[in-house]
Structures are given as structure tokens and as C-alpha cells.
Write a protein that binds this ligand. Sequence first.
Ligand SMILES: Nc1ncnc2c1ncn2[C@@H]1O[C@H](COP(=O)(O)OP(=O)(O)OP(=O)(O)O)[C@@H](O)[C@H]1O
Ligand SMILES: [Mg+2]
Length: 453
Amino acid sequence: MQFHPKSCRNEREVESKLIVQYLLPKLGYSPDNWYQEVIYGNIRLDFLTIASKKIKNLSSCVVIEAKHPQENLDHHVRRLGHYLMKTKSFYGVLTNGKEFRIYQREKDKLKFIFYCQGENIANNIDKINSLIGKESLSAKFSTSQPLSVPQVSQPSIKEFKKLPMKVIAIYHHKGGVGKTTVATNLAAAFSNQGKRVLLIDIDAQANTTFATGLIKFQFDDDDDLKDKNVFHLLESKVNSISDIVRKSQGFNKKEIDVIPSHIMLIDKQNELARYASSRSRLVKKLELVKQEYDLVIIDTPPSLDLYAESALTASDYIIVPSDLKPFSNQGLLSVKNFLEGPINDNRDTLGKPPVKIMGVLPSKISTHHQFLKHRFPQQRQVISDRYNFPVMENMISERVALSQCINQTIPVGELEIPAPKSIFDYADSVSSANTSAAEFESLAIEVLEKIGA
Ligand SMILES: Nc1ncnc2c1ncn2[C@@H]1O[C@H](COP(=O)(O)OP(=O)(O)OP(=O)(O)O)[C@@H](O)[C@H]1O
Ligand SMILES: [Mg+2]
């Protein structure tokens, strides 16, 4: 069996034609020596090979990550490193069919040990075999540990497990702090990491709906959201998530499921407020899709209204984006009162534990060197010392790429049609967006660690 990169037109084909049909057999792995879509703690690996089941840890395993042929592999190296750290395995493959790379982990660093173009994989198969083939890894790890590899306590293969769906609200009572920017790009980061993501917009401004490419219509008559949006989930028992959900449009190479919002939410609030049941409806509807998604991200309005209440009542965690300025800080007190009052009361009635504050996420943070060195650490400290909120380790800097990516358009005749992009897709064509993309990727890793703990 030969392999031709041109036969891989998408990620599925890279997985099936390159990895399953060509590479794994060539490297000596039979179907009972490899696993696809492996859940390990809170991460999902595309493939994991096991050189020898006699070796009771993952050191002889190879993590293989397949990407779409148009994906830039550089964007996935950090994540591969995280997977190798988490599984404590030493070898990782990253390929999009056009390029083929092998990495080796040394402590917490990744070393690039092999590269070739897709069309040269067959010519290099002996070399690849000597690095990550079943026989060579089995021999290497069943005798003594290789010199370059540290002795570490390693998890057992039995630890593979499925993490239950988690719901995370991106919330702050203060407006304009970056909630929508964080919700949309974090959802894209998770989706790019292979998570099954549902993004819910429950803000009447519908900015997440716009950002994910669902508001491209120019005239009221073309509004295809008015009869199917988040209001229809809250209003009655009848509509389910699958009745309302849309695929994101042109936003991110890996599409995301989105529950859109609509400006009509403003007028409908009084109607919903008459029925106490509307506040718990989202919880119940999410319960019905818990097998279909790994993560649900909810973008919320900057208020304490019924929509915010519904969203937070349905959430296991909240992330609070904040520019760390005085008004945002003072708003944290009402966030806390809101959570400790109506939200946790609602959750208690529904038999749910209190919502967890994952942390305040420093957002729209100046990249000015002096600021970052002196003032920013003080600002972070104030959040934990004075307001008693945890602070996320990662932050999102203020960068024009993050506001530009949402404002992309394409000309159609005389009109400019919105064509918003995730920061990851934008980074494919605008290199200055790479830093922000990396910040979101790193944030996603922190969030996964926090929910897996
Ligand atoms: N890190 C950032 N760097 C640069 N611009 C940003 C950043 N985050 C957000 N912005 C810009 O700031 C504005 C407000 O951001 P965003 O809409 O995400 O905030 P929000 O908290 O959702 O606002 P609202 O409370 O109105 O829903 C937008 O124009 C957005 O493009
Ligand atoms: Mg918003």
C-alpha cells in the first residue's frame, strides 16, 4: 500500500489514508496495538500506539495527531507537548498529510527529531520505523530506559476515562471587558483541540452569533434567526438544542455548534420572567445533550438579568474576563453576590452544587513593557487580596488582531458581507495574530487542566 498526500483532502482522510491504512501497518502496529480518539484525563488524542502491553506505562506509546491539510502544524506543537507531558509518553507525531514531523519529549521540552514532506514519507519509512516503530520502541523501553529520558512515575493505561460534559459561562457584570472575544476564541481553541464544543449566545446584542458568521444577512426579510434562537430554548419545554443549533459559518476551520441569539431577547424578557421554569430550562435541555458535547461555553450579557441568571444557573464554572480596572473590580462584588444569592439558590433547588469561579481572566491587558513589569502584578494581586477571587494564570493581551478578526468582510457585488474569523483562522493569513492565537491556546490548556482536576 502506497501513500499519496494528494489523496488526503481533509482531516478524516489524513487519519484514514495516511495513519490507519498506511503508517500504522508499516510501523508494525496491528489494530490491537493502537487506539483512536483516546480520552486520557481531560484530553483527547487522535491516536495512541502501544508498542508493548507488557510495559505497564505509556513510555513506549506514540501520540499521533492528525490535522487538516491546510492547518499550519506550528500552531499545534505546544498542544502536542502538553499531550506528551500529560500522558508521560516520549514520542509524538504531528502531520497534516503534506508534512510529517516526529517530536521527542525531554522533561518538559519537545525536541524536533524528524521531518519530511508527505510525498517523502514512503522513502523515509525505514528511518521513521527506527524512531517510532513497534519493534524499536518495544526493545528500547523493555530493557533499560534510554539515557535522555528521565525516570518518572507514570500513569497506567487503565486511567483512560471520559470526562463528563462541562458548562462554562464567560461572565462579568461589567460591559466591554472581552467576554465575547474570550467565549468565541476559547470555543475555537477547544474545537481545534478535538473537543466537541457547543457555544451558546444568550446576550441580546448577539455578538457571538455575529462573530461565528451567523449574521451575514443584510435585510430584515432574510433574518433566519428570529424563529430559531436561544429564546426558543428558554420559552417552552418543546424545542431542543438540536432544533435550534447551527454550525458556525466560515468562523473556524473546525466548525463549532452554536445556539444563536437575537435582538428579540430584549422584548421577550418580561414574558419569560413570568414563569419561574424558564430559569431552569437551559439546565434541563443541556442535560439531554451531555453525551454529545465535551464543553459548553456560554457568552452572557453584562447584566444581572434573567438571561445571565439562566446561563449561570446552567454553568459548572465561570470565567470572569476583566481589564482589572477599578470599575471592573468593583463589579466583582455584585458578581459574587449574584452567584452566592439567586444562582446558587437555583442550583440548589435543581440538586446541583454551587457554581465554581474558575478565575478572573486578565483581558485586554496592555502589552506595554513597563506596565507588565510593575503595575500588572499589583493589579492581579488586588483581585485575590481585596476581592478574594482566584486569578487565571493566563491572560489575553490587548492586540488589534483580536478586534480585526471579528471585523473581516468580503465584497459581494457592491456590498461588504461580514466574514468574521476566529483568531486561529485569522492567524493563517495574518502572522501578527499568532501571539493572540497562542494566548488562547494556552488559556484553553489551563481551563482543561482546571476542569480535569
Ligand atoms: N484582547 C483584546 N484586544 C483588543 N481588542 C479587544 C480585546 N478583547 C476585546 N476587544 C475589543 O473590545 C470590544 C469589546 O469586546 P467584547 O465584545 O469581547 O466585550 P464584551 O465583554 O463581550 O462586551 P459586552 O459586555 O458588550 O458584551 C470589542 O470591540 C472587541 O473587539
Ligand atoms: Mg459580549
